[in-house]
Design a protein. Structure first.
Length: 231
């Protein structure tokens, strides 16, 4: 292969791959913005129907790449990744006729949805652990697939039939809310908290709590705090 051929190959690959990734990211950013607007609207709608003022419902938008929602004693963090990814070679999606027909459909922008205790976020308890509630993959054609808790993953099992729309986002948001609220905090193992040092004691006093983590049931669609604080 001549030097010219090598240069042409590099240029062609750059044009193909970079253009594809830019297109995918643009589509995903568009839908993340729409998702943030849906979150605001649905939080306001749900808040209007609450009968107990202690139940927290609020949305906060940190940037074009992150939105946060407080749902009772849960916090959901929606994060748009700035990179575009392809799926692993052994992923069952490669066997889907929709993907097999056009390999470029297997490149995705990704929105991560994390679930923390609301108090962990509000009190900045840096030792607390959250859980990955879902990963939403969106391709250049507005098709999507979800890995996550069963409430949402089982609802959208087939990428060829999954197309992002505002109505789909509304349904998805409510399913994610249900998934978060349905999964309770898990108390740490006794041995994990049986001994503490002075620094940890001071942190415990400042944070008014112990280290917590969310336990989530997680699956792929392609294949309260301990003191009951709801305020």
């Amino acid at each position: 292969m001549s030097l010219k051929d090598l240069r042409d190959s590099v240029l062609n690959l750059l044009h193909d791959k970079v253009t594809l990734k830019q297109d995918v990211l643009a589509v995903t950013k568009k839908w993340f913005k729409e998702l943030s607007e849906v979150l605001a609207a649905e939080v306001a709608e749900l808040k209007g129907g609450l009968k107990d003022p202690r139940i927290r419902m609020e949305a906060t938008f940190k940037s074009d790449f992150e939105s946060r929602v407080m749902v009772g004693s849960d916090a959901l963090i929606f994060h748009l990744h700035t990179n575009v990814f392809t799926i692993p070679e052994d992923n069952p999606l490669w066997k889907d006729a929709y993907i097999k027909k056009d390999f470029s459909r297997g490149y995705f922008g990704v929105i991560y949805v994390y679930n923390f205790s609301a108090q962990s976020i509000l009190q900045n308890r840096i030792g607390d652990e959250g859980g990955l509630l879902a990963r939403i993959y969106i391709n250049k054609e507005n098709h999507f697939v979800i890995e996550g808790v069963q409430q949402v993953a089982l609802r959208f099992p087939k990428i060829s039939k999954n197309t992002v729309t505002k109505d789909v986002l509304v349904e998805m948001v409510h399913l994610l809310f249900l998934g978060a609220v349905s999964n309770d905090l898990v108390i740490p193992a006794y041995d994990a908290v049986s001994e503490i040092n002075i620094d940890q004691l001071n942190e415990l006093s400042e944070n008014l709590g112990i280290r917590t983590n969310k336990s989530l049931g997680f699956r792929s669609s392609s294949s309260k705090d301990s003191d009951e604080d709801y305020s």
